[in-house]
Design a protein around this ligand. Structure first.
Ligand SMILES: [Zn+2]
Length: 342
């Protein structure tokens, strides 16, 4: 089985975006305020939005199951208040849940949290609990910067975040560390802010002893770990100067990287530098980079192709990257699959 740990509902019917636009308009004109029940999307509409997009490409490319979360750039936690985010997260998570019910063999949910800048993260716990207990979601996306590019929250190692971590450990769910839209003109959302955040999250963990407090806590750092694998020597050297343990024992029991790197040399470097036990297959399809690479004739985000072509991986390594590691990092996914006899 090939599990893609990083997919978003980027193809939701237009009605979702229209509802969100009304919600945003209501921040200055309360008369426009839509209620959650104003959004009506039929099962047929959901089915079509998936069958003609993500599922079609999964079948063409050969992956089986996607861990599916709301569209990352649409989370936009910086907009409005906690209540704004709470209603929006509830709607987006429910749509992912419905997709997972319509296509139970191909999609399983991961939750967006109703984060809001300056608001205590423990406010996210009711939505997190609902998604795990009622929807059977197996992970969450945690935004280390709900301000959208201004970095006003404490680092991920700060006790500020501990209520979320306690719940993650209790439920046995990992967090993909995933920012949303940048509203800072210096940072392009997917080209800079996402990759900066991946690198930043890793360094926040490196300088701290977070995983001494939470030995069971697991983070998936997406987009191939940002700059981390490429600069592994710098991080090893910094850890040494800071008198931290070797990165393998300091961070690699808790931090994992996905394969959302959109060319062969990037995947070759990732798989050479990072232990295979810490790499999870992912494509973030359909996501940030949707075009065809003229150098290869294949889609940039057809990452399975690069993993298949990597000359250093054994069949056993590939099995770990495709399935084994995901079952270990997402124990609720493993339990769900086992219940189905998989
Ligand atoms: Zn993503």
């Amino acid at each position: 089985m090939i599990i893609d740990c990083h997919g978003h509902y980027t193809t939701a019917p237009k009605a979702l975006e229209e509802w969100r636009n009304r919600q945003i308009a209501a921040l200055t004109d309360p008369a426009q305020q839509p209620s959650a029940t104003d959004l009506r999307i039929s099962d047929d509409e959901l089915r079509e939005s998936i069958a003609t997009n993500q599922l079609k490409k999964m079948r063409e490319r050969g992956s089986d199951l996607t861990i599916f979360s709301p569209r990352a750039s649409f989370m936009a936690h910086h907009i409005g208040t906690f209540e704004t985010s709470a209603t929006w997260a509830g709607i987006c998570n429910e749509l992912c849940y419905r997709v997972s019910q319509l296509f139970p063999d191909n999609f399983i949910g991961a939750a967006m949290l109703p984060q809001s800048p300056g608001v205590d993260p423990s406010s996210c716990i009711p939505e997190l609990e609902r998604c795990v207990k009622e929807y059977g979601f197996v992970g969450i996306n945690l935004n280390p910067d709900p301000s959208g590019g201004h970095w006003t929250s404490p680092p991920l190692s700060d006790r500020y975040w501990y209520p979320i971590y306690e719940k993650m450990v209790e439920f046995g769910i990992p967090a993909m560390v995933h920012v949303s839209t940048s509203c800072n003109a210096c940072f392009h959302t997917t080209g800079a802010h996402y990759l900066n955040a991946d690198t930043t999250a890793f360094m926040q963990c490196l300088t701290s002893d977070l995983f001494k407090d939470f030995p069971e806590l697991k983070f998936v750092i997406p987009h191939g770990g940002g700059a981390v694998p490429y600069h592994w020597g710098r991080f090893r050297g910094l850890a040494q100067e800071l008198k931290k343990p070797l990165l393998e024992e300091h961070l690699l029991n808790n931090i994992f990287f996905d394969t959302c790197v959109y060319h062969q040399p990037g995947i070759d470097l990732l798989t050479k530098v990072i232990p295979v036990d810490n790499i999870l297959f992912a494509s973030e399809m359909i996501g940030a980079v949707r075009g065809v690479d003229p150098q290869t004739g294949f889609y940039f985000d057809d990452t399975l192709r690069y993993v298949e072509a990597s000359s250093t991986l054994s069949a056993e390594d590939r099995h770990k990257i495709y399935e084994g590691n995901a079952r270990r990092v997402y124990p609720r996914l493993d339990a769900t699959l086992k219940r189905k006899g998989q």
